[in-house]
Write a protein that binds this ligand. Structure first.
Ligand code: NAP
Length: 677
């Protein structure tokens, strides 16, 4: 199979230079990747001029729907990806992480895009900031899609998840993608890319796929592009040093290697559930994907007194791991990705063995099921023990990217923290304790060196998602050695492909630009109540001023006894003497809200279908019996939802008859669209 790139809306004819890609299991050639010869400037141009424009026309909700359709399309075809992935050494469980995990990430982003982003093409960031006493000048931050390209360079270990977890936030942000897989597993990524293209779900130019070298692509990057790289620290450093990256200040997200730690706490000795969870997790992280996970546990920290039982328990577990052909149901661990990778791992183990002793596994003597050990890139799990981790350096810096971990003892929590942080910045650490105080000491000791921390104990044992699994809702990345990048984390990563801009001007201008009514901007008064307008006929700024209502002591008493809220500030004049907030008995805040609704609601059936909540409620001035209130209700924002209705956000202010603000909030309603003739 000759692997082609997908560029400028078509599959490129294979070039002349081929790289043979071999099966990790049998060593046979499974594909040939073409390297080089592509017009990188043209590829970026197609993404910017066609893909970017097509995506930016869509709202966040439309892009989210696209992701959901794509996820459904891929789900129906995932068995094809499984089949190919076996050749990379991945077992069925490994494929669950790579293939299903990748598709699941698309689903999560589709859901988040719908629920957490507006149905528009840009975001408002924070509230309007008033910047003048008279209210004629203000500022609002907006977040808009970059007009460039998301260049995604992936590592070999997760050809599907790696591509999809980067694709989802970029497309949701409205930025087209050029995706480059690692060559050694590019036949799996290629199959996935073919499915994405054949689905026809993404607009033209939104997705391109490069097999082989990136050629001179970096020479043509601009300040509007984002490079998101996953791979080794060496490659990352090389790419980040490209002069165009510095000159154009191209955003560069780096996800690199990492010496992640698992920390067994002093309260979790043998016999506790946490000890068992720790052993299970370390063994799992060593063997899933044959340890080729950036998040795998490389350093196993335990109180010195527990080091021996930890090694004994791990040895017992690892001895049972069946190694071999990943297609077999009985096989727990497949080979590493190729013979070169195997050589790298063994070289790094050799370096580690200058500071640590091999205590489980023998690379020269182990059984393999259903495959030829001399042809595949097989390794057994290799457990080391470092007796002097304080003086050692390699165990904290050499990443053997295979089924390899090193156990090390610590004397107290301070030492555990210091050793953990010797990783120089890691993607993840996990802590095994049932004591929140111990967890707190460890979390605050190591958090600034880590992107993610998992606290595992008996309470969450069944549901915990694991040390090594980045979840789309939570950030993935880490400082220092781990690359200093951040991915995932829900909509946080959508922002990585967007620009925050402070826009300053008069309230009228801000309203006109953002489509969100801003205080002190002109209002629109019409002859009918705003609740009588269908969604598309309602103008932002349309306002209703209510009549007034005087609050009596009887109202307060009635409300108190009716609802059961007889809090002293509403009932007991004596008790409010000297109170810092209340000058005497005051009306309930909820009474004010209820009266406000009574003042502004237009009761007859009409386009307003439902009130579905309040945001940003503040009670500003207490209202005493005898005072008079009134309400201003202004349509602030409109967000289309579907063919039947849209969401309207109303700016509501409860005022006294002297125009003092008593309460402010935003009211959310669903308004019907005009019935089609
Ligand atoms: P790698 O050798 O650094 O390669 C990573 C990617 O960079 C591949 O797509 C590779 O393409 C590409 N690349 C290499 N040289 C390049 C160049 N000069 N210009 C443009 N692209 C270039 O890493 P790997 O061996 O694939 O992955 C293993 C490493 O990745 C481990 O260290 C692991 O810890 C790390 N990793 C990190 C994460 C994370 O999220 N932090 C996730 C997974 C893996 P070719 O294959 O075509 O050379």
């Amino acid at each position: 199979m000759k692997l082609e790139s997908y560029i400028n809306g078509q599959w490129a004819a294979p070039g002349r230079d081929f790289i043979e890609v071999r099966s990790a299991v049998s060593g046979d050639v499974v594909a040939e990747a073409t390297s080089g010869g592509l017009d990188m400037r043209g590829i970026l141009g197609h993404a910017r001029n066609t893909g970017g424009k097509n995506l930016r026309r869509l709202t966040f909700h439309q892009r989210a729907d696209m992701l959901k359709k794509l996820a459904q399309y891929l789900t129906e075809r995932k068995d094809q990806l499984y089949k190919l992935s076996f050749q990379t050494g991945a077992t069925r469980t490994d494929n669950l992480i790579d293939v299903d995990g990748g598709i699941g990430t698309l689903f999560v982003y589709a859901g988040k895009g719908r629920r957490e982003l507006p149905n528009s093409t840009f975001l408002l960031d924070g509230a309007v900031e008033p910047m003048g006493k008279a209210g004629t000048f203000a500022g609002q931050h907006i977040i808009t899609s970059l007009h460039g390209v998301a260049v995604h360079i992936n590592a070999f270990n997760f050809p599907c998840w790696g591509m999809l977890e980067k694709l989802a936030p970029a497309l949701l942000a409205g930025v087209p993608v050029v995706s480059k897989p690692a060559t050694v597993t590019s036949y799996v990524a290629h199959a996935l890319a073919r499915m994405i293209v054949e689905s026809g779900i993404l607009p033209e130019g939104a997705f391109q796929f490069i097999v082989g070298s990136t050629g001179d692509l970096f020479d043509h990057l601009t300040c509007q592009d984002v490079v998101s790289f996953t791979g080794s620290a060496d490659t990352s450093e090389k790419l980040q040093r490209h002069p165009v990256i510095a000159k154009e200040a191209v955003r560069f997200v780096a996800e690199r290697d990492s010496l992640n730690a698992a920390i067994l706490a002093p309260d979790s000795g043998p016999g506790t559930p946490e000890f068992d969870l720790f052993i299970k997790e370390v063994a799992k992280e060593m063997t899933v994907k044959a340890g080729q996970k950036c998040t795998a546990i490389r350093r196993v920290l335990a109180p010195s007194a527990y080091v021996e039982p930890v090694i004994a328990a791990l040895r017992e577990r690892l001895d049972k791991v069946v190694i071999g052909n990943p297609e077999l149901e009985t096989v727990r661990m497949g080979p590493v990705v190729g013979l070169e990778q195997r050589r790298d791992v063994l070289a790094n183990v050799k370096a580690l063995r200058t500071e640590a002793e091999l205590v489980a596994g023998d690379p020269d003597n182990f059984d393999v099921q259903g495959a030829d050990v001399t042809r595949g890139a097989f390794l057994p799990p290799l457990l080391l023990h470092c007796a002097d981790p304080i003086r050692a350096t390699k165990v904290h810096s050499v990443e053997a990217f295979g089924p390899v971990s090193t156990v090390m003892g610590y004397s107290d929590l301070d030492e555990a923290v210091a050793l953990t942080n010797r990783g120089g910045g890691s993607l993840v650490a996990s802590v095994y304790t049932h004591d929140p105080k111990v967890a707190s000491d460890l979390v605050f000791g190591v958090s600034s060196f880590h992107g993610r921390l998992v606290i595992i104990d008996r309470d969450c044992a069944k549901e915990q998602t694991g040390h090594g699994s980045p979840m789309p809702q939570m950030v993935h990345g880490g400082p220092g050695r781990a690359g200093g990048g951040e991915e995932l984390g829900g909509v946080r990563s959508v922002h990585h492909y967007m620009q925050r801009t402070a826009v300053q001007g008069s309230p009228r201008m801000l309203t006109g630009v953002t489509g969100s009514w801003t205080k002190n901007a002109p209002v629109i008064e019409k002859d009918r109540h705003p609740f009588r307008f269908h969604f598309e006929d309602l103008d932002v700024g349309q306002t209703f001023y209510s009549k007034e209502r005087t609050i009596t002591l009887e109202d307060i008493e009635h409300f108190a006894h009716f609802t059961g809220d007889t809090f002293y500030a509403h009932m007991d004049e004596e008790a409010t003497k000297g109170h810092p907030f209340f000058p005497g008995r005051v009306a309930h805040g909820y009474l004010l809200l209820s009266f406000a609704a009574g003042l502004f609601v237009d009761p007859d059936p009409g386009p307003v279908l439902a009130n579905y909540g309040l945001d940003s409620l503040r009670f500003i001035k207490p209202i005493q019996p005898g005072e008079t209130i009134k309400v201003r209700l202004t349509a602030k924002e409109k967000s289309p939802r579907n063919k039947q209705y849209g969401e309207v956000r109303w700016d509501v202010e409860i005022l006294t008859d002297k125009d003092e603000s008593a309460a402010t909030y935003e009211l959310l309603t669903m308004n019907a669209v005009r019935p089609q003739a």
